[in-house]
Design a protein around this ligand. Sequence first.
Ligand SMILES: [Cu+2]
Length: 160
Amino acid sequence: MKRLIMTAAAVLLAAGSLPLAMASGPGHEEHEHAFSAGEPGDPRAPSRTIQVTMQEGDGKMTFVPNHIDARLGEQIKFVLYNSGELDHEFVLATVEENKKHAKAMEMNPEMEHDDPNARRVAPKKSDAIVWKFTKPGRFEYACLIPGHYEAGMFGTVDVK
Ligand SMILES: [Cu+2]
């Protein structure tokens, strides 16, 4: 049921931001815009595991590591651990899409994500995303909770 509600919310969001999404890419919007960084992975297929810690400290919020290199077609299992005191998100998309999404969240801070490319992780909890990088280029994982991106909570994935 939760899943259904989140999907409905995502559809509403997508409808609201459609002109923006359409404007962002020559020929790249035939997929749902949530999957701009590739496609959901297959948990049964082999993958490289990368631990990503979400944390706060010294007035900053960060992902450790904040950069990953991936091969085109590689499947990566991101094991997320929130070592901080606040909720954090891991949203994997293009840099442009995360920027637009962050703006949408400023207007709707309670928005939560249950999409294949996004997780919200409570303090001291873990979660995981298996993702297949099927497109070359630079992508981004970011926390779009208002204020967190600005505090430094983003990292990059270069796919070659
Ligand atoms: Cu955060």
